[in-house]
Design a protein around this ligand. Sequence first.
Ligand code: CP
Length: 303
Amino acid sequence: MKNKSLISITDFSTEEILRILSIAEGFEKTPEPHLLDGRVVATLFFEPSTRTRLSFESAVNRMGGRIIGFSDPNISSVSKGETLKDTIRIVSNYCDLIVMRHPLEGSSRYASEVATVPVVNAGDGANQHPTQTLLDMYSIKKTQGRLDNINIFMVGDLKYGRTVHSLLQAMSPFSPTFHFVSHPKLRLPDEYKTFLDSKGVKYYEHEQFNDLIPEADIIYMTRVQRERFTDLVEYEKTKDVYVLRNSMLDKAKPTMKILHPLPRINEINQDVDQSPKAYYFEQARNGVFARQAVITYLLGLKR
Ligand code: CP
């Protein structure tokens, strides 16, 4: 049987997602320092990362496993012209699971087809970032006490923001209401609106959202993804359109939380950081538990 990989969040059923969240909760409550004894995980990062790579590596270390890999493809034989196919075949020999980030959409799916071990997509271009989605859902459940009937505002780069794409798909079985707030050039692509329509999910598009903040349970801010623009003039026009400031939060629900996959540039002013509504640093911490859960689930390890 082919190894199970996690490439798109839609590779997991809703039951599997809930199972992963439950396993993650277990890791937060009770560390398991020997669960990965004797196991090796490879992290292959063809694009920069702080949180995803380091939280995966932290997750493996906290379970007693070992890490191999690279954070810069220029120090691998990719720089000599080795293909992705050969790289993945070779690395499959050295590890039990591969975590890969790559700028090309579809690259992780391709890697999973040639690998002999499970592959986890740690971000492929503007397409998907499924483990970010799992930690986002973990954060929503932890702060709101539920996943059902959440009013979620997604703000910023909805065109290139892969975390937005994964999250809206995974949340759609839980009767959310989405408010998509973006510059017209960075609107949510039609394929995701078609997806939401097919699931009967309510959503609204806005260019302003200050007056709507009192309705929000979650405000999910995103960075405008400079690296995806072919025309940097367009980036300059769109990059600082939405900046969340503490003064905008006066009428927000007491339970409302602000999430951001990070890194942030200017879209959340630093005066928000001290607000009890700011949850983005804890959200990043939750990434360790969610990634522990994904690794052990894909490796079939019971806890
Ligand atoms: N959220 C996220 O993917 O962050 P990094 O790019 O630092 O991994």
